[in-house]
Design a protein around this ligand. Structure first.
Ligand code: GLU
Length: 274
């Protein structure tokens, strides 16, 4: 290699190192955000072919657009409940918008902007099953929820000894609930998610929500712990979405068809980032 070429090669290496050093800092590429999303929850986060739809998808898209990512530059990445913290911590996603409740335990690992929605835990049972009317009639029943969710944790806390099976997704629970084998008698998670499944064509008339709600789920946008700059920008975007009517429109479009009315307290006021 000639000296000139060696020099050029060294210069290129230095440039690459400098660029990657910049990239490894707290800087997020606001022009090409990677967003963790649910892909099997109708009305919230659903993937059909290459198309994503749902309230969370609309919230994610609004935020991304405000931050500088055009819709075609958003990369949606499936974020099952149990993987959300890891996806954020490892940098595989910049944001998680996935029916993700803000909790103190999760705040040990990630930061949250929000809340942008308030839901509550409930129960979904077969339409012809009148033996389960709420949280007090679960003795001897086979329950399903999802690993890494607040729903699974809270039902274990509230109903000690409950017969709970934990799957990786809520759609697997719905499949088991509606199957003739009856291996599952009830699915428990947020009322938003349950209403979305109940309104799905394949489940119409087969399932129903019972027991009201027995928790408060404040949905937040998860991001790298301590990235206050990004958190503040996301918070401003959520506030703008509520203020300009886009939040209500997204609720009507995505949750309206399921006949779902958000509980009192919606739209919430996002908290300050700390
Ligand atoms: N909102 C609850 C949670 O974040 C349940 C829904 C979900 O698992 O996505 O754990």
């Amino acid at each position: 290699m000639s000296l000139k070429k060696l020099g050029a090669a060294l210069a290129a290496t230095t440039l690459a190192l400098t660029l990657s050093a910049c990239g490894s800092g707290s800087s997020t590429n606001l022009q090409a955000l990677k967003i963790g999303i649910k892909i099997d929850q109708p009305g919230l986060g659903l993937k059909d072919g290459d198309t994503y739809s749902g309230f969370d998808v609309d919230v994610a898209t609004y935020i991304a657009n405000k931050l500088g990512t055009t819709t075609d530059k958003i990369t949606f990445i499936p974020a099952p409940s149990a993987q959300r913290e890891t996806l954020i911590e490892s940098g595989q996603v910049d944001l998680v918008v996935a029916t993700y409740s803000i909790t103190d335990a999760r705040k040990e690992k990630v930061s949250f902007a929000g809340p942008y929605f308030i839901a509550g835990q409930s129960l979904l049972v077969r339409a012809d099953d009148d033996s389960i009317t709420g949280i007090d009639s679960l003795a001897g029943k086979k329950l399903c929820s999802v690993t890494g969710s607040t729903s699974a944790q809270q039902i274990k806390d509230k109903v000690p000894g409950v017969n709970l099976q934990e799957f990786s997704t809520y759609s697997e629970c719905v499949a088991a609930l509606t199957a003739s084998a009856k291996t599952i008698d009830a699915l428990t998670t947020d009322d938003t998610i349950l209403a979305g499944f109940a309104a799905q064509a394949a489940n119409l008339g087969k399932v129903k929500l019972v027991g009201g709600t027995f928790s408060t789920e404040n949905y937040g946008v998860g991001l790298k712990k301590g990235n206050t700059d990004l958190c503040t920008k996301v918070t401003e975007a959520i506030k703008a979405m509520i203020a300009d009517g886009s939040w209500q429109k997204a609720v009507d479009t995505n949750l309206g068809p399921a006949g779902f009315t958000p509980r009192a307290g919606n739209p919430p006021t996002p908290a300050a980032c700390s």
